[in-house]
Design a protein around this ligand. Sequence first.
Ligand SMILES: [Zn+2]
Length: 88
Amino acid sequence: MIARLMDAVFVWIARLMDAVFGCRHAHYSFPVTIRGKARRPQAAVLTGTYVACLECGREFPYDWQEMKVISSPERHREHLAELAKHAA
Ligand SMILES: [Zn+2]
């Protein structure tokens, strides 16, 4: 009974962490690059490429140049700043 309650608490904490820090899962689909601007998923807006988490189904922008998933809002901002620098 206690163990089950602890499980529920851990699941809740994990969800909370996901919500605050973004997905912590390590299994992503192969990066998908969207061509054209129509019907771009939100996650693909930044780089034109995105991956989907195979565990929770969330979608994240993917940076082919750095071969990295841009998973947290903070990285998102850094990336935008980086892009702006290159554009300037
Ligand atoms: Zn996930």
